[in-house]
Design a protein around this ligand. Structure first.
Ligand code: C2E
Ligand code: CA
Ligand code: CA
Length: 750
């Protein structure tokens, strides 16, 4: 079939007579001789008579037929004159009566034929004109006294021959002009075909066309060999090489195309003897005939391997975390969305559980051992996590040290999540090995369950996040979402709106809790603890609004107020003969504000206080969040003479050995270890070792949360320096503490 598409130009018609010889041939075949010529020349003038009359006849002939009348009309429209047209026509017709039969006259006749053809004057009209003319001459010959009777038949004979010569040569002109037109068309078609062929040869795609009625190929582009070196299989090109698993898909697509649909189908192809599998993309474009029946399918076929691989790579990149090879956030959201949809559809009230997990100590590893170590640990953590999950669970790394786990189709979401959370936490018991170093990591997990905690991806994600935040801050390894502690619930939002006005409305108040030095048996310090006297809610404790203030940025003006108020009160006590140090608490955001030191300096100066009176309490996590920056701030605070205390020690992720480089003064053991230490040996061991280690490093140790005598006694035995707690006193208002100073068994100040 491909061969036929080559040169379709017809062979030129072989003519016996060439252009020149044709005149001679006419003369010869029509038997025109000198006698005929002489006879015509002799009666030339007689025959020309009656010309005007004939012009009339000729003109009405042209007008009598719609086609010819139309030609005249158009000629006039273009500004041509009918009279001159008729005259030219007649002139031409009369010409042959001159008896000339030379090549020149023949050439002119052919030319006239060519012009007629060019203007679309059909031969049949010309023949009609010749007949008219012949009738006219015939009438002129009859009983014409100017012609000798003996000449009449000979003249008739001669006129007939010349008329035929005239008509024939004229038609030769038609013929010649038509041939040239056809030739020109052919050249154009050939050029076009050449262009198309080279275009198709350059196209990497294979184009083909199949007659589906007779099941035979109509066209296959020259590049077929590049893509599939085989005889075309009918009716679907290259189906034989398509891998068996994919053939049905292709055949189904073909059936669809037969029904009149444009289809696109991708399939794998394996060429015989070739190891590599390739991807083919085929497009089937059906073509219908006038009755609407699909008669032909045009197709395109291309090697889509590269494109397919690129798409796969892009998909991989778009859905995979390159560091751990786990899924990324995008894919995780998709999966969660699907899981929610399918749980919603299922009749058996299935749950979906979502676990968000954040590693403890990770930043520390990154900061101290470098990013390659951090990366290695993340990879190891990913491996361990994978090992405790089922294939149907989705594990993703959302970024940083944050992982997400999706448990679809849980019968009891809470229970399942709890089991998985415990398994996950168990992964972190064993240390991670990096460069022969043992690294201990912890994890905090926040859990949200569909439909209990939310019914869409965003809600579940943000609630699991809130829960995770809770896990980190309450130091509980895993926490289910709880609306009561969610800062985003309507109640919390209300509180945060009201918090904005609390400062200007002077709704804050400081309570004070004394700190006792066990060696000197005297009150040495006072911790300032904020309270919010809310007009409707009454006394709001700091745990309920400090986190909100921290998140909304309101914390800094609040901290400023606390520092100023505490320093002011401190001066009052000094003046009253109680030389006490006052401690204020600082969140990460307040501690990290760039102008903290300038502000503190200004406040101390303007209140005429001494920097030694001020102690700042920060948690380990505040330090760890940005250790380098924290070290700089601590250094400057130290130089100013302000003391620093590490609050809630033991709940964070730092190690004392790590803290030893920092200019710290005090370690405050978190009350969770102290509250029950008299009964719980584990707690007692922790407190004991913390006291010993802190002392070795030169820190003062404070135990907070001392609620009874037994704890106090034990702390004395362990060598703890100071205590704070309900057993000594609850936090008190200024008025209360003044009375307390007067009545308490301890010396105040020093
Ligand atoms: P914190 O710094 O650990 O303060 C000690 C908390 O433990 C205080 O709670 C105190 O009332 C309580 N406490 C003291 N002794 C005992 C005891 O023997 N047993 C028990 N169970 N609890 C005891 P409070 O006043 O509700 O403050 C809670 C937290 O709010 C503070 O924990 C601190 O982190 C934060 N906070 C308080 N005031 C401020 C402030 O002015 N600024 C900032 N940024 N945070 C503050
Ligand atoms: Ca504190
Ligand atoms: Ca504390």
């Amino acid at each position: 079939m491909t061969k036929k598409t080559g040169n379709t130009r017809p062979q030129p018609v072989l003519r016996y007579y060439d252009k020149r010889g044709i005149n001679e041939a006419f003369n010869q075949f029509l038997g025109i001789d000198d006698a005929d010529r002489r006879l015509l020349q002799r009666h030339h003038n007689t025959l020309l008579e009656g010309g005007e009359e004939f012009a009339e006849i000729f003109y009405s002939y042209l007008q009598a037929y719609p086609a010819t009348a139309e030609i005249l009309r158009r000629h006039q429209e273009r500004g041509g004159e009918i009279a001159s047209l008729v005259r030219t026509q007649l002139q031409h017709l009369w010409n042959f009566l001159s008896g000339h039969t030379d090549d020149k006259s023949a050439e002119r006749l052919a030319q006239v034929g060519g012009v007629h053809q060019h203007f679309g004057i059909e031969p049949v009209w010309v023949m009609g004109a010749y007949l008219l003319y012949w009738d006219h001459l015939h009438a002129r010959l009859q009983n014409n006294p100017l012609i000798p009777p003996a000449d009449i038949p000979k003249l008739e004979d001669a006129i007939t021959k010349f008329l035929f010569r005239d008509m024939g040569l004229m038609l030769e002109g038609y013929w010649e002009a038509s041939l040239q037109a056809v030739e020109a068309e052919h050249r154009k078609v050939e050029e076009l075909q050449q262009q198309v062929t080279s275009l198709l040869a350059n196209l990497p795609q294979v184009l083909w066309s199949v007659d589906v009625i007779n099941n035979r190929p109509l066209y296959v582009s020259p590049t077929t060999r590049k893509i599939c070196d085989m005889t075309i299989e009918m009716p679907i090109p290259c189906l034989g090489w398509t891998v068996p698993e994919d053939r049905e898909t292709v055949q189904r697509a073909w059936q669809q195309a037969l029904l009149g649909e444009q289809v696109e189908v991708e399939s794998r192809v394996q060429a015989p003897g070739e190891y590599a599998m390739r991807w083919f993309r085929r497009v089937f474009q059906p073509y219908r005939d006038a009755s609407g029946r699909v008669v032909r399918i045009d197709g395109l076929m291309e090697d889509a391997t590269e494109a397919k691989l690129t798409i796969e790579r892009l998909h991989m990149l778009a859905t995979t975390d390159s560091l751990t090879g786990l899924h990324n956030r995008t894919l995780f959201h998709d999966r969660l969305d699907q899981a929610i949809a399918s749980a919603r559809r299922s009749m058996s009230h299935r749950n979906v559980a979502l676990l968000l997990m954040d590693l403890d100590h990770f930043k520390e590893i990154n900061d101290t051992l470098g990013h390659p170590a951090g990366d290695a640990v993340l990879r190891l953590a990913a491996e361990r996590l994978k090992s405790v999950l089922r294939d149907s669970d989705t594990l993703a790394r959302l970024g940083g040290d944050e992982f997400a786990i999706l448990l679809p189709e849980a019968r009891d979401g809470r229970k399942t999540a709890e089991v998985v959370a415990k398994n996950i936490l168990a992964c972190f018991v064993k240390p991670f090995m990096h460069a022969e170093q043992e690294l201990y990591l912890g994890a905090g997990i926040g859990i949200a369950v569909f439909p209990e905690h939310g019914e869409d991806v965003d809600t579940l994600m943000s609630r699991a996040d809130v829960a995770m935040y809770g896990a980190k801050h309450r130091d509980t390894p895993y926490v289910f979402y709880d609306a009561a502690s969610d800062p985003h619930t309507p109640e919390r939002l209300q509180l945060s709106a009201e918090l904005r006005h609390a400062l200007e409305q002077q709704e804050f108040e400081l309570y004070y809790q004394p700190q006792i030095d066990l060696h000197q048996k005297r009150v040495v310090g006072i911790e300032a603890l904020i309270r919010w006297r809310h007009p409707q809610r009454g006394m709001v404790v700091p745990d309920q609004f400090i986190p909100i203030a921290e998140r909304t940025g309101l914390i800094n003006p609040i901290t400023d107020w606390v520092v100023a108020e505490a320093l002011r009160q401190c001066r009052v006590w000094h003046a009253a003969g109680y030389p006490l140090r006052v401690s204020v608490n600082m969140t990460a955001r307040s501690f990290q504000q760039p102008d903290l030191l300038d502000k503190l300096q200004a406040q101390i100066r303007s209140l005429g206080a001494s920097p030694e009176c001020l102690e700042i309490e920060i948690t380990e996590n505040v330090l760890m969040a940005d250790i380098e920056n924290a070290a700089k701030i601590l250094e400057r605070l130290h130089r100013m003479g302000i003391t620093i205390s590490i609050d809630d020690y033991g709940t964070g992720y730092s190690s004392l050995a790590y803290l030893k480089k920092l200019p710290l003064h005090t370690i405050k053991i978190d009350k969770s270890f102290v509250l029950d230490m008299a009964n719980d040996d584990n707690d007692a061991v922790i407190v004991r070792s913390t006291v010993d280690l802190a002392h070795n490093l030169g820190y003062r140790v404070v135990a907070e949360g001392v609620e009874d005598q037994a704890t106090l006694d034990l702390l004395v035995v362990l060598g703890c320096d100071s205590i704070q707690g309900y057993f000594i006193s609850r936090p008190m208002s200024v008025a209360q503490i003044d009375r307390w100073f007067a009545d308490c068994p301890w010396a105040v100040g020093g």
